[in-house]
Design a protein around this ligand. Structure first.
Ligand code: MRU
Length: 354
């Protein structure tokens, strides 16, 4: 795949390199991040975005936040700074649970290594951040393989936002089956929703798929019903930011509408989600915090006034798709279907048995 070489997040031992996704597709520019504050800002401003990539960046960001703690500090002093920095990163964006998952995982590692010297603790934390990234690549490939079983040669899928390679360590979630289909020599075509207001679909998904040599057609969000009615779409696959315990799914604003459209046209609606995106502690979609973003993204998008400056704006970044509209959730451990309340519990049981 063409995006193989592009690592949206990487760490060279000193500096965190983040592909600035706000500059795509015009520029392939990397931020050189050496402080936790800069990492927080990169997450907040969507320079790094997509649930798994946010988690990976946060893990490295947390390492940056503690790496200057004095080596003569006690464990409790180190832990105090760690917790403060972790809470700070947790305040960057509220919806993608991978952020909190990665921070929790870093803390679990810290606790497991209690007793080691401060310098050792730092090294173990960096190791953990590397592991989070490496595992994400494996996870995405497995999602792709499971997702492939739902596809066939010659079909066209529709996707929303960007759940591709640059939103993860590699392959993406929703786009992983598409990349693997290409590896198999299949001809799978994609309609990419533009994804208002920040255009992740046109700026990122269309770019990424084109780079990989995949047949992609860009449409605006409001065209999805029309192309479905034409019979041009055989499946919808989207990524997600959080799956609640009952299978409700938070993803980029507009996903819920797509799910309704898919149902009306009897098109399967699939959600690709790593286990790290499934939040069994959140009972239903009603409890998922939904990020609201600045009105300027809508009234002055990309620097051009597109509405009266003082107009009232509502700008939720995500919506919740009720589980009954979801045909299946594709994870690295397999594909789950209704009733999600039970099938998700089973999935986690299998995970801990493995
Ligand atoms: O606001 P964004 O661009 O971070 O939103 C991203 C999405 O909604 C993605 O679909 C989701 O995080 C899955 S990424 C594999």
């Amino acid at each position: 795949m063409g995006t193989e070489q592009i690592q949206s997040v990487s760490f060279d031992g000193k500096t965190l390199h983040i592909l600035d996704q706000t500059k795509l597709p015009a520029l392939k520019q990397f931020l050189q991040i050496t402080t936790i504050e800069h990492c927080w800002q990169a997450i907040k401003e969507l320079k790094v975005r997509g649930a798994p990539a946010i988690g990976i960046a946060a893990a490295y960001g947390l390492f940056l936040g503690v790496r200057d703690v004095c080596s003569s500090a006690t464990f409790d002093e180190f832990d105090h700074v760690f917790q403060e920095k972790s809470d700070y990163l947790a305040s960057s964006r509220p919806t993608a649970v991978n952020l909190f998952w990665a921070l929790k995982r870093m803390r679990a590692r810290l606790m497991a290594e209690k007793g080691h010297s401060i310098e050792d603790l730092k090294a173990k934390l960096l190791q953990e951040a590397h592991a989070i990234k490496a595992e994400d690549e494996e996870v995405c490939r497995s999602i792709g393989l499971h997702g492939l079983s739902l596809l066939h040669d010659g079909m066209t899928i529709l996707t929303h936002c960007n759940a591709g390679g640059i939103a993860t360590a590699k392959y993406g979630t929703a786009l992983a089956p598409v990349y693997l289909a290409k590896e198999h020599g299949w001809n799978v075509k994609v309609f990419a929703d533009e994804t208002r207001p920040l255009l992740q679909g046109s700026r990122l998904t269309a770019w990424e798929l084109q780079e990989a040599g995949i047949d992609v057609t860009l449409i605006t969000d409001s065209m999805a019903a029309f192309v479905m009615a034409k019979g041009w779409v055989q499946a919808v696959i989207v990524g997600c930011d959080r799956v609640a315990a009952n299978g409700d799914v938070a993803n980029k604003i507009g996903t819920y509408g797509l799910a309704l459209l898919a149902k009306a046209h009897q098109i399967p609606f699939y959600v690709a989600a790593p286990m790290s995106t499934i939040d069994m502690e959140t009972a239903s979609g009603a409890h998922i915090p939904i990020e609201e973003r600045d009105a300027r993204e809508i009234i002055n998008g990309f620097g051009v006034p597109t509405a009266p400056a003082d107009v009232k704006v509502f700008n939720p970044a995500f919506d919740v798709t009720p589980n009954e509209l979801i045909t299946a959730i594709i994870t690295e451990k397999g594909i789950v279907r209704q009733p999600y309340q039970e099938s998700l519990i089973e999935l986690f049981k299998e995970k801990s048995e493995n």
